[in-house]
Design a protein around this ligand. Structure first.
Ligand code: ADP
Length: 820
């Protein structure tokens, strides 16, 4: 027996299960209520945490007082086994230690029993979790198509974890602010909590860095109490009060994470004394939920995208198509009628051939080539623009774009889809623009004027060939320059420096106004000489802008013109200087001549008074006549030099024109005594008796004209007519003088020349009539000095009429007289 006992003891001490031997204790009703521990093995000591010394002789209720309140009737089972001598095996939660036990009870003697405990807590919990997960996943999968029921999700989660309260939080995109979207728990508690100020249902929470930091590191974070979790957001005293009132235990936050993004969390509050254990299920649950949330979000996004696409297609009047390249079947969708004018379903082209038949024959090749490039994978995208015949019999432009969406294993395209768009308006504008652009470009390239196009900072953007040629720089060289470059070496017309910021384009950019045309000299890089340009700068504005963003400068090379101009000016100045010198010489000489002439004539007059023979007298008369002529010449020249030097000043005095005419006539009467000429004077009755002007000069002109008339007329008449031509303003009057003769007349080709200086008709005439050829030009100059003009009408052999008109001031005294 001893060895047998020894062997048993050895077995028991090495048994992994916890072994114990008990004697049943009954109450007075003979009901088993306790047991005395008689023996235990080391595993039992380990499982219970008591030593065999402490255990032996003690009752179970002494060791585990709560066993009395355990819902499971442990002693009932023990006594049943001991009475019936039957082995009983069961699994049961031992509430005193919160352990799940695999219990085997057996007895060899009534009133006594032995048992073996195996701790199966882990296994049972795992199993429970697993079954919960399976159950939940099934539910989840079923509800996947429906919108997420947040309340339901939260209720399920609370039930699974045994939490008192569960809150479901959804975070914003930044993962910072969150909202309580569902709250699950005893309604009474939630209501009471909200009256305390803990109303969290539907609440939007501000970013709480304290809370965030606390839950940062783990997916599941446990806090011994609610107040440990709550950061600064909730009032601490209220939280503590609530914990007491509702006997709240630990708080657990389980984050819902997908792709490292925090989408939300469940915050659980466990009942006091109940630890959170469902790690596995919480993780699976939240992972599933994360997936579902993303999926719903993606679905929502897809839906919005799809609606957006439909709107875009509709709004842009884009038609879509799908083409099975191999079978040739084609599908055209909405937008197609808008483009072609044909209805999709009544006799309209619905297959590719009909579509192609509408394409302009000239554009078919282009389309084919674009397709070929896509099929050979040279291009990823198909893009072709072609003309099509609209139902209304006009050409429209269509842009077709697409992509091969699937390929056959042999590399041939299988399916293509894409869009059609009516681009007629754009295309027409484009073509018009192209045409005008190429027109302008041609002009730009071929024009003789240089054109520079500069940006706002003065940089040269483009230059035409003429500009390159004139400036001596290639466009490449010009494109590196700006107007502000110091190497331009520009000068103004007067030779002073022309700084860059004053160049016409820069001024145009600053002021927004056209500048020029103005002259600028710039050194040509090849000849190293100044070339002269006439520049105009025109600022360009972007539509709606008031400051120019670009400037065009056009310029012509005026170097040659300027050089010849300068030469001309120089020559003119030289000529003028020479003329001035000559005139001065003439004036001096005439003046010097007059003194001896006077002496000369005085002597002849004295000689006339001496006694002479007839012949001598005749000679003296000739000498006197010649002297007079010479004096006239000298006087004319002197007069002329005065006119030339602007040395004649007009007098303003009262003039009686009629009286003056009478006096002049008296002088001429003597002169014409030898000729058969009738002298006539006609005065306009409207002519005022007196006017204000330079009597001496008017007289000089009249004498000259009448002198010529008499000189060139042998017989007939010489008439002087004076008439009022008109009033100019209230105090001026224009008077016309006409000197008409019946003389030799002037050939038409000479009527202009006779007013030139030193001009005298034919040489033969001049010899016959004498004169200097200065009379008319002096008269004309005098008339012009008096704001008038002179002209002649003449017929050779019939006679001439010289006209001149002058402006006089009216004599206020005679105003009345004129009226009457
Ligand atoms: P001159 O001193 O020679 O008369 P003028 O300047 O007075 O110089 O006249 C220029 C020329 O105009 C004359 O030489 C003459 O040929 C012509 N001429 C001027 N007046 C008359 C006229 N009344 N009839 C014809 N020829 C005239």
């Amino acid at each position: 027996m001893g060895t047998e006992n020894e062997a048993l003891n050895k077995l028991l001490s090495n048994l992994p299960g916890a072994y114990s031997r008990h004697k049943i204790v009954k109450d007075k009703n003979r009901k088993a209520v306790d047991s005395v521990i008689l023996d235990v093995n080391p595993s039992f000591e380990k499982l219970t945490g008591f030593s065999s010394k402490e255990l032996k002789g003690k009752t179970m209720t002494e060791i585990y007082p709560s066993i009395k309140n355990d819902p499971y009737d442990w002693f009932g089972t023990f006594s049943l086994a001991s009475m019936m001598g039957k082995r009983i095996r069961f699994e049961q939660l031992f509430t005193a230690t919160q352990q799940w036990l695999d219990v085997t009870v057996f007895s060899d003697k009534p009133g006594y029993f032995e048992m073996i405990w195996l701790d199966i807590t882990e296994r049972v919990e795992e199993h429970a979790s697993l079954s919960k997960i399976v159950e939940f996943s099934e539910g989840f999968l079923q509800s996947f198509d429906r919108p997420l029921n947040r309340q339901q999700i939260t209720d399920i989660f609370r039930n699974m974890t045994g939490a008192k309260i569960a809150a479901y939080h959804v975070y914003d995109d930044a993962g910072e602010r969150f909202k309580t979207v569902a709250l699950s728990g005893n309604k009474e508690i939630i209501k009471k909590a909200s009256t305390l100020g803990l109303n969290v249902s539907g609440r939007q929470w501000d970013h709480d860095p304290v809370r965030m930091n606390k839950i940062k590191s783990k997916t599941i974070t446990r806090f011994a109490t609610v107040k440990d979790l709550s950061g600064s957001v909730l009032s601490r005293p209220v939280v503590i009060l609530a914990e007491k009132l509702f006997s709240l235990g630990e708080a657990v936050v389980i984050k819902i994470i997908k792709d490292h993004m925090i989408l939300g969390d469940f915050t659980l509050i466990m009942p006091k004394g109940v630890p959170f254990k469902d790690y596995a299920i919480a993780e699976v649950y939240t992972r599933q939920l994360g997936l579902a949330m993303i999926q719903k979000k993606t679905e929502q996004q897809l839906k919005t995208e799809r609606e957006r696409l439909a709107n875009i297609l509709d709004g842009t009047r884009v038609g879509t198509w799908e083409w099975n390249v191999q079978s040739g079947s084609t599908l055209f969708y909405e937008g197609w009628e808008e483009i072609t004018g044909y209805q999709l379903n009544n006799g309209s082209p619905q297959n590719l051939d009909t579509w192609i038949s509408l394409i302009h024959p000239d554009d078919l090749d282009k389309r084919k080539q674009a397709l070929a490039r896509v099929f050979s994978r040279e291009d990823t995208y198909y893009n072709a623009e072609y003309r099509m015949m609209h139902k209304e019999n006009r050409w429209i432009w269509v842009q077709s774009r697409g992509k091969v969406t699937s390929w056959k294993p042999d590399g041939k395209p299988l399916r293509m889809c894409g869009t059609h768009m009516d681009i007629t308006a754009r295309k027409e504008a484009e073509l018009a623009l192209q045409a005008s652009e190429s027109k302008h470009r041609r002009l730009f390239e071929t024009m003789a004027q240089g054109v520079l196009h500069q940006s706002a900072d003065g940089r040269i953007i483009s230059a035409n060939p003429a500009a390159e040629k004139i400036l001596g720089y290639s466009f490449k060289q010009l494109s590196r320059k700006t107007s502000l470059d110091s190497d331009w070496e520009a000068i103004k017309e007067d030779g002073s420096a022309f700084p860059g910021h004053e160049h016409p384009p820069m001024v145009a950019l600053r002021t927004g106004k056209q500048v020029g045309p103005l002259v600028m000299g710039v050194v040509h890089p090849v000849s190293n000489k100044y070339i002269w340009l006439l520049l105009t700068a025109i600022p360009l504005f972007e539509s709606g802008e008031t400051t120019p963003n670009q400037v065009y400068t056009t310029f012509t090379d005026i170097t040659e013109k300027r050089i010849s101009e300068l030469k001309l000016i120089a020559e003119k100045e030289k000529a003028e200087a020479a003329t001035r010198a000559k005139t001065q010489f003439l004036a001096n000489m005439s003046h010097e001549l007059r003194t001896p002439m006077n002496g000369f004539m005085g002597m002849i007059q004295l000689l006339e008074m001496t006694e002479m023979t007839e012949e001598q007298q005749e000679y003296v008369r000739y000498a006197m006549h010649a002297s007079e002529s010479l004096l006239q010449v000298v006087n004319d020249i002197l007069e002329f030099t005065k006119l030339d030097a602007d040395k004649i000043h007009l007098e303003t005095e009262l003039v009686n024109l009629e009286k003056m005419a009478g006096e002049i006539f008296r002088i001429f009467k003597a002169a014409i005594s030898q000729k058969k000429i009738n002298l006539q004077l006609t005065v306009d009755p409207l002519l005022p008796q007196t006017v204000i002007g330079d009597a001496f000069r008017v007289r000089q002109v009249l004498i000259n004209l009448l002198g010529n008339a008499v000189k060139f007329t042998e017989e007939g008449s010489v008439t002087l007519r004076i008439s009022q031509k008109g009033k100019i303003g209230p105090d001026k009057i224009c008077i016309l003088f006409e000197v008409e003769d019946t003389g030799i007349g002037i050939p038409p080709d000479q009527t202009d020349k006779i007013f030139d200086r030193f001009y005298m008709g034919d040489d033969s005439d001049s010899r016959k009539y004498g004169g200097t050829g200065l009379g008319l030009s002096i008269s004309k100059a005098l008339v012009e000095l008096m704001n008038g003009k002179m002209w002649v009408e003449s017929t050779p052999g019939i006679g001439s009429t010289f006209y001149f008109e002058c402006i006089f001031e009216r004599d206020p005294e005679t105003l009345q007289h004129t009226k009457n």
